[in-house]
Design a binder for this molecule. Structure first.
Ligand code: ADP
Length: 428
């Protein structure tokens, strides 16, 4: 029969209401009860507010823990991806400081990730290179434009060289402001080498065809020219006829020799270059010298061959003849009159060694590294009579049998070509 309702309030905010009632067995509620009820309601309001606040804090903490967990998972995933990719990845700020890098990048820099992150690039790279990288970064930071696919040749610790392909991208914060760069670099050394090789091969093929055509043109022109002269009446004069026919024959021989060289070259580049068998160096060396003797005599050159009789090499006779023939031919060709040419050979446990020496014009030291290259001649204009294939063939032939050829020479001081070959058991 009596009733009162008071608001539950805290900090001026009504959170609910509290109702008190008394039935017939009780006395009616009075003003004093109201004061007590109001005080009770104030305390209850404060307690309820506190509980609500506590709940809110709890909720927020749980939410934060969830977000932190998700962030950690995301970071771990990112780190795993960063470390699994083969590309090197660097995050840098605008001062050339590494904020983050992956393992591939650390391997490249030659130190652990922990000794790179947080450091300036100049702390672990040569100053000039660090500066060049920084300038590159600053250009990207200033323009906001990425630089994609830049190629760079890099000298690694220990002297090895490699090729890097690099993308530099602007790194933005959550508001879109550029705070640094992300660099992604890939080692493309293998691909670059293969490309360079392919280009060099293509160039060599083109040069080869051009050289061969060029070398053929001169004797063909001579043959055509003198045939024409004979046809126009020179054949009537006995002396002219003989002279012109000799020239035609010499040029035909030159063409024949060139075709022979080219055929040898093509078989040596093919799959089965070796000729089976063992060959007496004594017999082949004397045979070669004999066939060139008349040319040597014309220049009054002394030709001396000194080879132990039993010395044999594991090499086909025709190939040994071709190699020694080219060396002796050059020695005679490049030695002025009244000089000497010598072929000496000896055998040892390590193999057979043949040296072809002359007192000739020698080879400038600048040309020595390329002297065995295909079509290489010291004096390009000189009419040597062959296209610069001789020494290349010698190297190819000797190499096909596991041997080596080297040269020692000085300008105007003669030359010595040394051939090392696997020796065969001496013949009794
Ligand atoms: P070619 O004799 O057709 O010119 P080679 O490959 O045999 O070609 O020799 C290449 C070059 O090396 C020659 O043009 C010559 O300049 C130089 N050369 C080779 N042998 C000698 C030598 N014994 N003395 C001086 N120069 C030489």
């Amino acid at each position: 029969h009596s009733y009162m309702c008071v608001p539950l309030r805290s900090h001026g905010k009504t959170l609910g209401a509290m109702t008190l009632g008394a039935d017939a067995g009780w006395r009616p509620l009075c003003r004093t009860d109201l004061v007590i009820a109001e005080q009770l309601a104030t305390r209850a309001g404060a307690a309820i507010e506190k509980a609500q606040l506590h709940q809110a804090v709890e909720n927020e903490l749980a939410e934060r823990r969830r977000a932190e967990g998700a962030l950690r998972r995301h970071e771990a995933e990112q780190a795993m991806i960063l470390d699994t990719v083969r590309a090197m990845i660097w995050y840098k700020d605008a001062n050339n400081r590494v904020l983050r890098c992956n393992r591939a990048a650390a391997r490249y820099a030659g130190r652990p990730v922990s000794k790179i992150e947080g450091r300036l690039v100049s702390d672990f790279m040569p100053a000039a290179r660090a500066r060049a990288y920084h300038l590159n970064d600053l250009a990207v930071i200033a323009s906001g434009q990425p630089k994609i696919g830049e190629l760079e040749e890099v000298k690694l610790r220990g002297g090895a060289r490699c090729w890097m392909q690099r993308d530099t991208l602007p790194h933005r914060d959550e508001n879109g402001a550029i705070v640094g760069v992300v660099i992604i670099a890939v080692d493309v050394t293998k691909r670059k080498r293969a490309e360079d090789l392919a280009v060099a091969r293509e160039r060599a093929e083109r040069e080869f065809v051009a050289n061969v055509s060029h070398e053929f043109r001169t004797p063909v022109a001579a043959i055509k020219g003198f045939t024409q002269t004979l046809r126009e009446g020179a054949w009537r004069d006995e002396a002219d006829r003989s002279r012109f026919l000799n020239i035609i024959e010499a040029n035909a021989d030159r063409l024949d020799a060139m075709v022979g060289d080219l055929l040898t070259l093509s078989t040596l580049e093919g799959s089965a270059p070796r000729q089976p068998g063992e060959t007496s160096v004594h017999r082949v060396a004397h045979g070669c010298a004999k066939s060139l003797l008349s040319r040597a005599k014309r220049k009054r050159l002394s030709v001396d061959v000194s080879v132990p009789r039993g010395l044999r090499v594991k090499m086909g006779q025709a190939h040994l003849g071709e190699a020694l023939g080219h060396l002796l031919d050059n020695a005679i060709k490049f030695t002025p009159p009244d000089g000497w040419v010598r072929l000496r050979a000896r055998g040892s446990k390590r193999g057979a060694f043949i040296v072809v020496e002359d007192s000739g014009i020698g080879i400038p030291s600048a040309d020595l590294p390329r002297i065995f290259d295909r079509f290489y001649r010291v004096a390009k204009g000189a009419k040597s009579g062959s296209p610069g294939l001789g020494l290349h063939l010698v190297k190819k032939i000797v190499g096909a049998y596991g041997g080596q050829v080297s040269v020692r020479s000085r300008l105007a001081g003669g030359s010595a070509f040394r051939v090392a070959l696997p020796a065969a058991a001496p013949q009794r």
